[in-house]
Structure formats: C-alpha cells, structure tokens
Ligand binder design. Structure first.
Ligand SMILES: *[C@@H]1O[C@H](CO)[C@@H](O)[C@H](O)[C@H]1NC(C)=O
Ligand SMILES: *[C@@H]1O[C@H](CO)[C@@H](O)[C@H](O)[C@H]1NC(C)=O
Ligand SMILES: *[C@@H]1O[C@H](CO)[C@@H](O)[C@H](O)[C@H]1NC(C)=O
Ligand SMILES: *[C@@H]1O[C@H](CO)[C@@H](O)[C@H](O)[C@H]1NC(C)=O
Ligand SMILES: *[C@@H]1O[C@H](CO)[C@@H](O)[C@H](O)[C@H]1NC(C)=O
Ligand SMILES: *[C@@H]1O[C@H](CO)[C@@H](O)[C@H](O)[C@H]1NC(C)=O
Length: 278
C-alpha cells in the first residue's frame, strides 16, 4: 500500500475534527454570552430595581449624567424615616434636573389622568409633568429609605394615609411646584367636567401649581373642561370662578368646554393641528 494514499483522507478527517472543535467552542461562547446577557439584568434588578428603572428612563433624555441625577434624588430619602422627608429634601434633584420647558407647551391636569396622558403621549405639542424629566423617571413607582440603612426600599413605604411628609408624596409636591415654577407663555389645564367641582381646593393643581404661576412669565391660563354627553359642570361653575380669582393680576383666563370624544379624535389623528384640538 502506498502510505501516501491514505493521507488526504487522514488530513481531511483531522481537519473535520478541528472544525468540529472550533464550532463547538464558538457555540459554547455564544451560549455563555447569551446566558450572561439574559441573567445580568435580573441580578441588577434584584439589587436595586428602582435605580435600574430610573437610569434607563433617564438615559432616554440623552442630556444628563444619570448617575449624578440618581445621587441627587437618592440623598433626599436614604437613611431617613419614610415619614420625615419634606419637599425641600428633593431640592438637589430639582436643581440637577435643570428643567427648562418650551413656552406655551405646559399642560396641567386634575382628575383627567388617562385622557390627558393619552393625548400628550400621541401629540408632541403639550407636556404634562409626567412627560418631563421631573416626573417621568419615577412615574408609577414607590420608594423610601429607612433610618440607619443606606438601602432603597420599594415595598411597605408610607403614603398620605400615614403622614404628611411621606417620601413619595413630598416628591410629587416638590416636582409639581418646580413644573409650575417653569411655566411660561400660554399655559393649559385639562380639568374634569363630569364631576361637581372641577377645580378642587385639595388638588395638587389648586393647592400647589396655580399658586406658583408667575405673572411676569405666564401670559394666560386656558382651561380645557373635558365634558361628556352627560356633562355635570360647565365653565360657569363657581369653582372655576374661584380659579380665576386665584390667578395673579396680569394672567389672562379662558375656559373652553371640549368633549372627550373630540380630545380622543385629536389624540389619534395627527392631521388635526394642535391649535384646532379646542
Ligand atoms: C413636614 O415638613 C415641613 C417642612 O417642609 C414642616 O414644616 C412640617 O412641620 C412637617 N410636618 C410634619 C407633620 O412633620
Ligand atoms: C372625570 O371623572 C370621572 C369620575 O371620576 C371619570 O369617570 C372620568 O373618566 C373623568 N374624565 C376624564 C376626561 O378623565
Ligand atoms: C451600603 O453600605 C454598604 C457597606 O457600607 C456597601 O457595601 C453598600 O454598597 C452600600 N449600598 C448602597 C446601595 O449604597
Ligand atoms: C351651565 O350650567 C348651569 C347649571 O350648573 C346651567 O344653568 C347653565 O345653563 C349652563 N350654561 C351653559 C352655557 O351650558
Ligand atoms: C360648582 O362649584 C361649586 C363651588 O365650588 C360646587 O359646590 C358645585 O357643586 C359645582 N357644581 C355644580 C354642578 O354646580
Ligand atoms: C387613546 O388614544 C388612542 C389613539 O392613539 C385612542 O384610540 C383611544 O381611544 C384613546 N384612549 C383614551 C382613554 O382616551
């Protein structure tokens, strides 16, 4: 037998072995990478779910040092009793967020949560506080600290039923004040016309936001009173007269009754220009 005769076969068998080894190796690497990628966020979520969400939402704004913003936020409540966080504790977060809106774009609301957010999500002409860096990072979340601990907790936190200076409530009050402080030009407020008192003195809009409107920057407040077929209130309601009286001298006031159907139509039809929504 010619010893050379079997060499090509031998060579190709060896080559096949090497290729198989390389393929198996690559497969292992791929599996390891995929496992690593899928498992890592879980681990991070378990250590601090609030921070993970905060950072992810913050990065969408593309203008912040999100770790720094988190630090400014966290110092408000970490190591504190959840009932001893006053609004001012969030001042460093407000300063770091450095919120500067476009004039004529701010949308306030009271008791119209779903309709107003559906509207601003679909149309970019107006912003609610929950659409801005001030409110969007923590929207829908719960958090608090604990005396003697450096951790953030997301369960068993105190609320309005427990105390005035609760961790989450103080945040929303502070953020609402900052949002209203920034208001300029023509300001809009979407209020609910199917309840008896659309401008309720206990609402955040009445108790915090309206009081912050600065007449040197805010030109007008335009109330959009959302009605249905069975509207309960209209623009002549006494509570709205009270709202008008609350405004500082020089701020013009308008009120329009707009059906919910019209707002939904405007939410879903970008061909209608924002000025024509009401
Ligand atoms: C809540 O905090 C404020 C300071 O923002 C303070 O004046 C007030 O007394 C506190 N309220 C209670 C019930 O501790
Ligand atoms: C107004 O309030 C009523 C009663 O709470 C609610 O059913 C309705 O959806 C609200 N309207 C809007 C536009 O949010
Ligand atoms: C809390 O403190 C411990 C020990 O000082 C430290 O290892 C840990 O990273 C800190 N955790 C946070 C969330 O800061
Ligand atoms: C507004 O509502 C009041 C009753 O609350 C009613 O008397 C009045 O006619 C209504 N005005 C308009 C313009 O619908
Ligand atoms: C209008 O406003 C007053 C006072 O704020 C309130 O008591 C009244 O029930 C409101 N609604 C209607 C339908 O009159
Ligand atoms: C939300 O907006 C969509 C259009 O994007 C519309 O079809 C829907 O009826 C709206 N829902 C509410 C509750 O307004």
């Amino acid at each position: 037998m010619d010893p050379e005769a079997c060499r090509p076969e031998e060579k190709s068998r060896r080559r096949r072995g090497v290729i198989l080894g390389v393929v198996a190796g690559l497969l292992l690497i791929v599996v390891a990478v995929v496992l690593g990628l899928t498992l890592r966020p879980d681990t991070a979520t378990n250590t601090d779910p609030l921070k993970t969400t905060f950072i992810r939402r913050c990065e969408e704004f593309k203008r912040y040092d999100c770790e720094k913003l988190w630090g400014a936020f966290e110092q408000a409540y970490v190591g504190r009793d959840p009932c001893e966080v006053p609004r001012e504790a969030y001042d460093p977060f407000i300063a770091a967020a450095d919120f500067k809106p476009a004039c004529n774009s701010l949308m306030f609301w009271s008791k119209t949560k779903d309709v107003v957010h559906n509207f601003t999500k679909n149309r970019d002409c107006y912003l609610t506080v929950e659409d801005t860096v001030l409110g969007s990072l923590l929207n829908g979340l719960t958090w608090c600290g604990k005396k003697g601990s450096n951790e953030t907790f997301t369960t068993n936190c105190k609320g309005w039923r427990d105390c005035e200076n609760n961790t989450v409530g103080s945040f929303w009050n502070r953020v609402s004040a900052a949002f209203a402080d920034a208001a300029c030009g023509d300001v809009t407020a979407m209020l609910n016309g199917t309840i008896a008192t659309p401008f309720s003195p206990t609402s955040v809009f009445a108790s915090i936001e309206v009081k912050k409107f600065d007449s040197s920057r805010v030109k007008s407040l335009n109330v959009v009173l959302v009605t249905e077929k069975s509207a309960v209130t209209n623009c002549t309601n006494t509570s709205l007269k009270d709202l008008q009286k609350e405004l500082k001298q020089g701020i013009k006031y308008n009120c329009m009754e707009v059906t919910e159907a019209q707002i939904k139509e405007c939410s879903s039809n970008p061909k209608i220009s924002c000025e024509d929504c009401w």
